[in-house]
Design a binder for this molecule. Structure first.
Ligand code: PL4
Length: 408
């Protein structure tokens, strides 16, 4: 008799984003003339800029030429891309890395979900609440939790509330956490952490022999000069942190797929009898066994992000999304709403009016304004009473959505 992995049965409801799509489809079916504006899922709307398209055309031509054709590439990614990543994203910020510390992949979702696999099942994980659901669900699937309580929290997992009281930056956990997930700029709250705040976490991890999984998928949206773009800007972080980055939001690659994970050589985990083990070769072993590399065309496109013209064109698109964020923020503030984020991140975190629950406000906004948001409770119980608005819409649609908010 084939046995199911019963950990999957602990995952109560459907994954958040398909559930939103399901509700929107049901609403559309009943209201076929409604012009729905989607500020829910964080998916880009601007087409890829010319420098990236040009690089892809060139890569396609190469694939059609006997001399330049590429079959399987290195599982860790081509050197031309790792070198561009290191020079532009890290060296420019005083962080030195080797190519072998950068693992190119097809998405930060897979990487943040998969990384837990190389650690023992008996590790205690700590997540912020609210949190990108992938971190929690993948640990539940692996068996690092018990069942959920009434609030939807899994036993065995440390939840660190992020609320207006702590500016959405978590305090250190009371219990000992082995694997800590942090995401800054944050999805969903749009909060950022200063170097000093990250230093507290790096020191905690060093003192407790823990590892921080740092999701920096939104670093390109930071506008404030004092905010670090990488956790490695904090002294000692290479000993205790893995960093995830993605071209998805930075350069509009959600449909193209390319991302990378940095695993420094200094990073250590431990055997049960206290022997230090380098994490980089273990992740390399896992990556090479289960992944055959991101496509050459995606990697050529990603490398174009770092060319002079690529940088300018991508920056223009980021500025367009951030002006959407500014419009959302200012409109909602003027309407008297309590809003957070949207300054160094493409998400605005809105306190629902009149004590409505997140899903109640989601339904109200969909029905009365035909605008889709993401219910904060879908990111955890501390997200209850909030909704997330994405700034990745087309500017005219975002402006229209704000007009509808005014009439709500
Ligand atoms: C919907 C903090 C979005 N179906 O595109 P990737 O895989 O390189 O990056 C995914 C990712 C990684 N880390 C963080 C993210 O917020 C995301 C993307 N999140 C959102 O609306 O929260 C897209 C969600 C997608 C999903 O399930 O990830």
């Amino acid at each position: 008799m084939i046995k199911i992995n019963e950990n999957y049965l602990k995952l109560q409801s459907g994954y958040l984003f398909p559930e939103i799509s399901r509700r929107v489809r049901a609403f559309s079916a009943k209201n076929p003339n409604a012009k729905i504006i989607r500020l829910g899922i964080g998916d880009v709307t601007e087409p890829l800029p010319p420098a990236i398209i040009e690089a892809m055309h060139k890569a396609v031509e190469q694939m059609g030429s006997r001399a330049d054709f590429k079959g399987y590439g290195p599982e860790q990614g081509y050197d031309f891309l790792s070198e561009a990543i290191i020079a532009n994203d890290y060296k420019s910020r005083g962080v030195n890395l080797e190519n072998s510390e950068v693992f190119v992949s097809d998405g930060a979702k897979c990487d943040t979900g998969n990384f837990q696999e190389i650690f023992g099942i008996d590790n205690v994980i700590a997540v912020t609440d609210p949190v990108y659901p992938v971190y929690v669900d993948t640990n539940v699937m692996a068996g690092r939790s018990g069942n959920t309580d009434k609030t939807g929290r899994f036993s065995g997992i440390i939840y660190m509330p992020c609320t207006p009281d702590n500016n959405f930056v978590p305090e250190l956990p009371k219990g000992k956490a082995d694997l800590i997930y942090l995401c800054f700029p944050n999805n969903p709250t749009g909060a950022v952490a200063t170097k000093e705040q990250l230093k507290i976490w790096v020191d905690y991890a060093r003192d407790n022999k823990s590892i921080i999984l740092f999701d920096a998928a939104y670093e390109a949206f930071i506008s404030d000069n004092i905010i670090p773009h990488s956790i490695y800007e904090v002294e000692g972080a290479k000993e205790v942190a893995v960093e995830f980055r993605s071209f998805s939001k930075t350069a509009g690659f959600t449909g193209l797929r390319c991302a990378f994970t940095v695993v420094p050589k200094e990073l250590r985990a431990w055997t049960k009898d206290g022997k230090a083990v380098e994490v980089n070769p273990i992740w390399n072993r896992r990556h090479c066994t289960k992944f055959n590399g991101a496509s050459f065309i995606s990697q050529a496109a990603a490398a174009a992000v770092y060319t002079e013209s690529g940088k300018k064109q991508v920056r223009k698109i980021i500025e367009l999304y951030m002006s959407n964020a500014a419009l959302i923020r200012s409109t909602l503030e003027k309407l008297g709403h309590e809003v957070y984020g949207g300054v160094n991140a493409p998400y605005v975190w809105l306190k629902t009016p009149n004590k409505k629950s997140s899903w109640e406000f989601f339904d109200l906004l969909l029905e009365k304004a035909n605008v889709v948001c993401t219910p904060g409770s879908g990111f955890g119980s501390a997200g209850e009473g909030f909704v997330r608005l994405s700034a990745f819409g087309e500017p005219a649609n975002v402006a229209e959505a704000m007009e509808r908010f005014k009439k709500l």
